[in-house]
Structure formats: C-alpha cells, structure tokens
Design a protein around this ligand. Structure first.
Ligand code: ADP
Ligand code: MG
Length: 334
C-alpha cells in the first residue's frame, strides 16, 4: 500500500512538473545567405519548429535571385513570369514600400548590386559610365504586375534581399500564432521576430550588433511581440584604395551608401516593413530618415552614426539598454 501511494505521489510530482515547464524546441539553419536560429515554447513546439524551417526553405527556394530554380531567377531571366502566392504577395507589398519610401528602397537594384560584386564576392569598383548604363535598368516603376504575372522592362532584374527575411519573419510569426505557441524568438540573421514573453515571464532582449566590432553588441531592446530588423554596412562590404564600399546601394546614384550612418534598426509589428525600412532609412541618411519618421510614426528606430551618436525614437527609448563600455551620445527623437 505504502509503495502504491509513493508511486502515485511520484506520478503527480512528475506530471505537475511537466505541466508547468512549457515544452520548447530550438533549431538552427543556414538560409537566405545567413545563419538563422529559432526557439519556440509551447506544447506544439516540435511541429512548429519543423514548419518554420520548411517555410524558410520554401521561401528561399522561390525568392532567391541566384538559385536557378527560383521564381525570381526565372523572372529575371525571361523578363516575365507568373508568380505563386507568397512571391507575388511580397512583390506587391515591396512595390508599395518602394513608392512610399520615395525610391530609397528599389527592388530592381540587382544589376547594380551585381556589378559591384556583392553577389559573386568578386568585388570591383565599376566605372562611372558602367553605372550610368546600369542605372537605366533600375526603376521599380517599370515593374508591371497584372494579377500574378510580373513583367520587367528590358534588362531589369529583381532582388528581394532587402525584404525577404522580413517576409519570412511574418510568415513564421503566423505559424507561431496558428500553432498556439506561448512564446518564441526567431532570429533570421539581422531580422529578429519575438512573440509573447519569455517562459519566465520577462520580456525578450534583442541584442543590436556593434558595427565596429561585430562579435559584440552595443545594446539591447526589450520586446514582446515585434520584429526588429537591423541593416549595417558591416554585413557585406569591401575595401579598395582605402575606401569602404558597403552592400546597401543608393538607387539614385548607383553607388554604395556613404552618408555617415553606421547601422539602422527598426521595430514594428510587420517584418517586411521593418526590413524595408532598415534598408531605406540607411539609404536616406539621418536627416531624411527623421523626416520620414515624423510623417509616418508607424514604427520605432535606432540610427547609429559615424560620430557615435545614437538617435532613438521615444516609443522605444525606455526599452533600450546601452551596454557597459559604450559612450554613445543618445539623442531621443520625439
Ligand atoms: P541584410 O540583407 O544584410 O540584412 P538589408 O536588409 O539592408 O541587409 O538588405 C541589403 C540587400 O538588399 C543587399 O545585399 C542588396 O541585395 C539589396 N539592396 C541593396 N540596396 C538596396 C536598395 N536601396 N533597395 C533595395 N534593395 C537593396
Ligand atoms: Mg532590409
């Protein structure tokens, strides 16, 4: 009898322990040219983590500009293609954003990105006339969409690199919601999606990379459900004759951005918007980015400039912590 009671007690103990520790699952993968890491919490963690990885692989397979089997590759090669649901949805949303961002984001910038060698890694500084010639192919207004069919004007090519990770973040947050998970942190490499609170009830902390020392973080943002996208010149760049050329291109000039911005982080609820903004505000530079913010106010930002000033919108200034050892001058933007 005693043994039986003991067994029941042990059973109750184990059961209540399992019930209060949420199940969790973690996975890492390389995709979209970066390293990704996902942590999910809740009873459906096992399924959700697989769905998330499958979703990322599927999106990469459709959106990549370099994979010969992708829809975008097909479109770029043929000048016209009928695109599937996700791809056309992202193209349409991106076109809206190219417009509202005044062309600072331009998804047709691929011929220029490639000429500078940012695709092959075979970097070079093109001549002024080469850039002039290629700029004639860059203008998102010449992308025509008719239902699911996209047509590009001669020689144009699309690059969804500035928005693809944000779109993946949106789709994967949908999975987290559909699987009724308790919480999640999904790191798409530079674009991080958080959901709910950490299992211990505290807020997620999203670290922001130090552009001058990419193995360190200069600060972190505490978040609940949000997407934080960061663009930094440090992600891909090369140096030639003492000058640094980064992978973010000003679509107006065809040259890598060189405007005193070191990194831009954007926080909002939509991944594509966060990702598009982090690239576009970088292109605009601090002053124009601030103007855009004051007109729209549907996101928050951190802009770090060369003179180590950190501009932060007031909506997140209470959520930001500067790490020890950083003496950035913090400018709060109302
Ligand atoms: P990362 O991919 O490093 O996170 P971004 O989100 O800022 O950085 O996207 C940069 C990528 O987007 C570049 O590698 C290039 O393929 C493409 N790109 C560069 N400049 C622009 C631009 N002005 N508009 C749209 N896409 C761009
Ligand atoms: Mg981006």
């Amino acid at each position: 009898m005693k043994k039986f009671i003991c067994l029941i007690l042990i059973f109750i103990l184990v059961f209540s322990f399992c019930a209060c520790v949420p199940q969790s699952k973690e996975a890492s993968m390389e995709a979209m040219d970066t390293y990704m890491n996902f942590k999910v919490f809740g009873s459906n963690s096992m399924y959700a983590i697989e769905e998330i990885q499958d979703e990322v692989k599927a999106l990469e397979g459709s959106l990549s500009a370099t994979d010969k089997k992708s829809e975008i590759f097909g479109l770029n090669n043929n000048g016209q293609a009928k695109l599937s649901g996700d791809t056309i949805e992202l193209v349409n949303r991106s076109l809206e954003l190219c417009d509202s961002l005044g062309g600072a984001l331009d998804i047709s910038v691929y011929p220029i990105v490639r000429e500078w060698g940012f695709i092959s890694g075979d970097y070079k500084v093109p001549s002024g006339s080469e850039i002039e010639e290629l700029l004639t192919k860059v203008n998102y207004k010449n992308i025509k969409v008719d239902n699911n069919t996209v047509t590009l004007k001669d020689g144009m090519q699309l690059d969804l690199g500035a928005v693809a990770k944000g779109y993946a973040a949106d789709k994967c947050l949908d999975i987290v919601g559909n699987e009724a998970l308790k919480s999640a942190i999904l790191n798409f490499g530079g674009t991080v999606a958080t959901y709910g609170l950490k299992p211990d009830g505290s807020r997620w902390k999203v670290a922001i990379t130090d552009p001058d020392n990419t193995s360190e973080y200069f600060g972190y943002l505490s978040c609940e459900t949000a997407v934080v996208a960061t663009s930094g010149g440090y992600e891909r760049y090369f140096e030639k004759d003492g000058k640094t050329y980064i992978h973010i291109i000003n679509p107006e000039t065809g040259y890598p951005v060189d405007n005193g911005v070191k990194s831009v982080s954007v926080v909002c609820s939509e991944g594509v918007y966060a990702d598009a903004l982090s690239t576009a505000l970088y292109v605009m530079g601090k002053d124009k980015a601030m103007e855009y913010f004051k007109k729209h106010r549907d996101f928050d930002f951190i802009i770090l400039t060369d003179d180590n000033k950190m501009y932060i919108s007031s909506g997140i200034s209470a959520d930001f912590t500067l790490c020890d050892g950083y003496d950035y001058e913090i400018v709060n933007i109302l």
